[in-house]
Design a protein around this ligand. Structure first.
Ligand SMILES: Cc1cc2nc3c(=O)[nH]c(=O)nc-3n(C[C@H](O)[C@H](O)[C@H](O)COP(=O)(O)OP(=O)(O)OC[C@H]3O[C@@H](n4cnc5c(N)ncnc54)[C@H](O)[C@@H]3O)c2cc1C
Length: 441
């Protein structure tokens, strides 16, 4: 379905001419844009929504995962120990300064920080505009202009028509690897085409907070008795409640709950949100399913008797689509064995968190971490392109750990450092020495 319509596209007007185009303003795109501009590159971010954040904001993921070291099972009262710095720490501190981040909340054997989407958007706007980068919101990348192995320009569609952005290098932080696919790069989708299920996240208001948290406990992952209540409600209400192990977070205002519970599956189709038919089906199912979970909370959970549904994510959240085949593919064993790389650009201690079926599969690294190498972002065929974010080259279980927000910020930063080195040294971006990127991280 995707085309590289060179002849038609070249007739369009050139609307920008920059060093680096960043496609997609999720965590990876924001990290890339700010870093590239601050390193002196003329940088333009293109985002299809009117705000940054991607799955973290449009998908209302609610938290920054991947910040802290994971601890040993059953170790009580361990303190949060942060292992990711760089742009992630800067964004985290700015979010907190802007009043949009909670203190760390317990998640199994680790912690996460809960954010407020409105403040996330504002924080991204501030950092990007202060960096000197430009943004085009409400602009959709629909095509590229490619000459042999080189992308000469990006074609965007806006309400004012279509136009070309000429560029030296491209960072594809679209989540779906859209530019890489247009450029002819190969990709995989999950395990034999089966990807993690999407989820719509929602807030519940009018909660008796003390009563609820006394029952739910400190851990944001629900306890077994809570899961049993979901099973009971499923039988008694005849409701669609496919996921039995859910996450509930304290919102920044200390009055609402943020609920990560829904799971959109399909009996026969391998649901994949790159197909508009599947995305549409999932949006409609998700909106129905969240009402069933809200009813469950009201009828079965102490403190939620008068709860109402507040904000919902503006799209069903997409965890996984394409992984672009790059020079190195992060293996499932690399994560389980905690592999360290010569070109490792960021650490991760986040568990393998695979969303599929009744309960997400969790594999904890317990006081260990692995690294993600820069070569997992360098595509094979296109000379002036890197991918950044959840479309990195990774096997299925590896991606289920490596895809979270703290690491995505740093993937973006590494991609921008790569673009800086490519321009400074006159080398192809997909040939930049990852060890040099590591040194500058
Ligand atoms: C339901 C759900 C819950 C999650 N929970 C957590 C959590 O609690 N903590 C955590 O850390 N992570 C969580 N994640 C994961 C995390 O949010 C994502 O993995 C992360 O946001 C990925 O970042 P990214 O920058 O790679 O891509 P994305 O966040 O997907 O951003 C891609 C951006 O590109 C834009 N874009 C795409 N195509 C185009 C185009 N053609 N033209 C212009 N713009 C385009 C999109 O609009 C989007 O803004 C969750 C994800 C989901 C779906």
């Amino acid at each position: 379905m995707l085309t590289n319509n060179l002849v038609e596209s070249e007739r369009l007007p050139v609307i920008h001419d920059v060093d680096v185009v960043v496609v997609g303003g999720g965590p990876a795109g924001v990290g890339a844009t700010v870093t590239a501009a601050e390193m002196g590159l003329k940088t333009l971010l293109i985002e299809k929504y009117g705000f940054c954040g991607g799955s973290a904001v449009a998908g209302m993921s609610a938290t920054i995962c991947g910040l802290y070291l994971t601890h040993k099972q059953g170790q009580p009262n361990f303190p949060p120990k942060q292992i990711v710095g760089g742009f992630t720490k800067r964004f985290q501190e700015k979010l907190r300064e802007n009043g949009g981040l909670t203190e760390p909340q317990l998640y199994g054997n680790t912690y996460l920080d809960v954010h407020e989407t409105r403040v996330w958007k504002k924080t991204a706007d501030e950092l990007i505009t202060q960096s000197g980068a430009s943004i085009l919101y409400h602009s959709y990348v629909v095509d590229i202009i490619k000459e042999e192995t080189h992308i000469k320009g990006i074609v965007v569609a806006t309400d004012n028509g279509m136009g070309i952005i000429k560029c030296k290098n491209v960072i594809d932080s679209s989540g779906n690897g859209i530019v890489a696919v247009m450029a002819g790069e190969d990709f995989t989708c999950g395990k034999d085409g089966v990807v993690q299920n999407p989820t719509i996240i929602f807030k519940l208001g009018n909660i008796d907070y003390n009563k609820f948290w006394d029952y739910y406990g400190k851990d944001t992952i629900c306890h077994d008795e809570f899961s049993d209540k979901i099973r009971q409600a499923e039988k008694e209400l005849g409701a669609t409640l496919p996921r039995k192990k859910i996450w509930t977070f304290k919102a920044i205002n200390d009055t609402e709950l943020i609920v990560n519970a829904t799971a959109i599956n399909h009996d026969t189709e391998k649901l994949n949100m790159i197909y508009p038919e599947h995305f549409t089906y999932s949006e409609i199912e998700a909106r129905k399913q969240l009402e069933s979970y809200a009813e469950f909370f009201r009828k079965y959970i102490p403190g939620c008797e008068n709860a109402f549904i507040g904000e919902t994510s503006c799209e069903v959240g997409v965890r996984q689509t394409r992984s672009i085949k790059c020079k190195y593919t992060l293996k499932d064993e690399d994560v389980r064995d905690c592999k360290i790389f010569e070109d490792g650009i960021v650490k991760s201690s986040w568990p393998i968190e695979l969303h599929r079926g009744e309960a997400p599969y969790l594999y904890w690294l317990e006081e260990r971490y692995y690294e993600i190498p820069f070569s997992a972002f360098q595509p094979i065929k296109t000379s002036n392109l890197v991918v950044a974010g959840r479309c990195l080259s990774a096997e299925h279980a590896a991606l289920a750990s490596a895809r979270v927000t703290a690491q995505c910020f740093e993937y973006g930063r590494a991609a921008a450092i790569g673009a800086y080195l490519a321009q400074k040294e006159g080398v192809a971006l997909n040939e930049v020495d990852g060890k040099k990127v590591k040194q500058l991280m």
